[in-house]
Design a protein around this ligand. Structure first.
Ligand code: S3P
Length: 200
């Protein structure tokens, strides 16, 4: 008789990283549902903490103010006692301290996509100050060149999301975590939410 080993639960929090439009928010929401965990979107946590939109924070204080708030919020959210599913912002790994915080107690999943796919998903870039009024494809190509090495270093696993629905990405994430021994036995079969990448 063959005994199939029980997959182990993801260690600590489950954090999604990747560029704008990679699907972090939409996928995180469904993953949290499947894992029966609380979902936290880091950008949303920042807007709740400050009472200001990401656009206003960038406009009033510049990117460095936003990055300070992002780093503070990351620590605050990961200090939660219960393991959460965290959708980060695309630039979160730009600071070494954030990489260290994530590495300490999170399983990190990189949602990858070609810049052309990302552009389709972010649309006109409204609400994303780094894209507003700029050539989104060019910006996303440059950001991919800059940031992919950091995503690769930080991630336990990566999932290619091109051409996949949100539900398919969620299944792919759960499958790959199981494959590498970071499986999620509490994940429920079947997803009720599906569709294109949406806000990520
Ligand atoms: C940013 C991504 C955004 C948001 C901010 C900066 C980035 O989040 O944090 O506009 O530097 O890539 P999403 O990745 O959720 O769009």
């Amino acid at each position: 008789m063959v005994t199939v080993p029980e997959p182990v639960a993801p260690v600590g929090h489950l954090a999604l990283v990747g560029l704008m439009g990679s699907g972090k928010t939409a996928v995180g929401r469904v993953l949290a549902d499947r894992l029966r965990r609380r979902h936290v979107d880091l950008d949303r946590a920042i807007t709740q903490l400050t009472g200001r939109s990401i656009g206003v924070i960038f406009h009033e204080g510049g990117e460095s103010t936003f990055r300070d708030l992002e780093a503070q919020s990351l620590v605050l959210q990961l200090a939660a006692g219960d393991p959460i599913v965290l959708s980060t912002g695309g630039g979160v790994l730009g600071r070494g301290e954030n990489c260290a915080v994530l590495a300490a107690d999170s399983t990190v999943v990189w949602l990858r996509a070609r810049p052309e796919t990302l552009v389709d998903r972010v649309g006109d870039g409204v609400g994303r100050p780094l894209l507003e009024g700029r050539n989104a494809l060019g910006v996303l190509r440059d950001l991919a060149d800059d940031r992919d090495p950091a995503y690769e270093r930080a991630a336990n696993v990566a999932v290619d999301t091109d051409g996949l629905t949100v539900g398919q990405v969620v299944d792919a994430v759960l499958d790959v975590l199981t494959d590498v021994g970071l499986g999620c036995p509490e994940a429920l079969a079947g997803s009720t939410v599906d569709g294109a990448g949406g806000r990520s």
